[in-house]
Design a protein around this ligand. Structure first.
Ligand code: ATP
Length: 287
């Protein structure tokens, strides 16, 4: 086998809490992660020319060691002394810097594909140990599905599949800095924390309405005041049949949960016409 390809799914956060800020500056989180069927695709080919050559359909993305795909490929090539060359084409579909872990899922998928292509024989756990050195979300992106993520994101507990539904994604045309959001998050005795445990109960009981009712993301307390359009997208989704709507990660992507596909498609068109110029997409959970 000289080439292979892999789909890298995006994630949303059905719930996101920041439990505390650690002395070392890292944030301890409690998040419910869910993969969705919105994919980047990586195609990997062995080449005679040594080294890594990365290309992508998005001209503004870095194709050197600033790209997480490049970093993950180099990590495995160095550790396993791979002397053949590797060319990687990254077909990006997941909006960039959107709160959907696009870079992390690409890195995770690159490692999975290289494990296959070069017969590295690494187990999922062994890949996770290597992945976490590049990013706290990479272990989850290797595992995928529904999971509780704790610590700085690296402590993962798989959860039963979240109930079936349709997901409307709306990514407005502006950018949010993750660093800005975390550094402006106020955590004190007045902070209202999302009830992640209640959400876990709803997932166990396959209670979609209860799950949607309890969905919350503490980072909205920072991102929404800075970008009120996020509240407008949420409101638009809720007024158009969503059981729940929430910002994913540090934003700006908003997702809405629907029981009915037609309703999700109708809401998609309404969100598309909002002035904040959203990328819109209807999909479902990736198991
Ligand atoms: P998260 O949800 O983990 O915070 P995100 O979806 O907000 O991630 P990414 O799409 O992963 O953000 O990209 C954030 C930054 O990382 C971008 O500005 C981009 O330049 C850089 N980057 C590096 N590698 C990649 C990649 N493979 N895909 C997208 N962005 C990448």
């Amino acid at each position: 086998m000289d080439s292979t390809w892999i789909n890298a799914p995006a994630k949303i956060n059905l719930g996101l809490d920041v439990v505390r800020r650690r002395e070392d500056g890292y944030h301890e989180v409690k998040m419910i992660m869910q993969s969705i069927r919105l994919f980047d695709r990586l195609t990997l080919k062995k080449t005679r020319t040594p080294g890594i050559s990365l290309t992508t359909n998005l001209h503004f993305l870095p194709v050197n060691e600033d790209n997480l795909v490049y970093k993950s490929a180099r990590l495995l090539m160095e550790e396993f002394g791979i002397t053949e060359g590797l060319s990687i084409f990254l077909d990006k579909r997941i909006p960039v810097a959107a709160g959907m872990a696009g870079g992390s899922t690409d890195a995770a998928s690159c490692m999975l594909a290289m494990n296959r292509l070069f017969h590295l024989g690494l187990s999922l756990e062994e890949l996770k140990t290597r992945g976490v050195t590049l990013g706290a979300d990479i272990p989850y992106c290797l595992q995928k599905g529904t999971a509780l993520s704790e610590g700085i994101g690296e402590i993962l507990s798989p959860l039963p599949a979240a109930p079936d539904c349709y997901v409307l994604i709306a990514k407005p045309g502006f950018h949010v800095s993750t660093k800005f959001v975390y550094s402006n998050l106020v955590l004190d005795e007045n902070t209202v924390h999302p009830d992640i445990d209640k959400m876990l109960d709803c997932i166990q009981n396959r209670d979609l309405h209860g799950l949607c009712h309890n969905m919350a993301n503490i980072l909205e307390t920072v991102t929404i005041p800075a970008h009120p359009d996020i509240a407008l997208i949420k409101q638009t989704m809720m007024e158009n049949g969503a059981l729940g709507a929430l910002m994913s990660g540090s934003g700006p992507t908003v997702f809405g949960i629907y029981e009915d596909r037609k309703e999700a498609m109708r809401a998609k068109e309404i969100c598309r016409s909002l002035p904040c110029r959203c990328f819109v997409y209807v999909t479902d959970f990736y198991r």
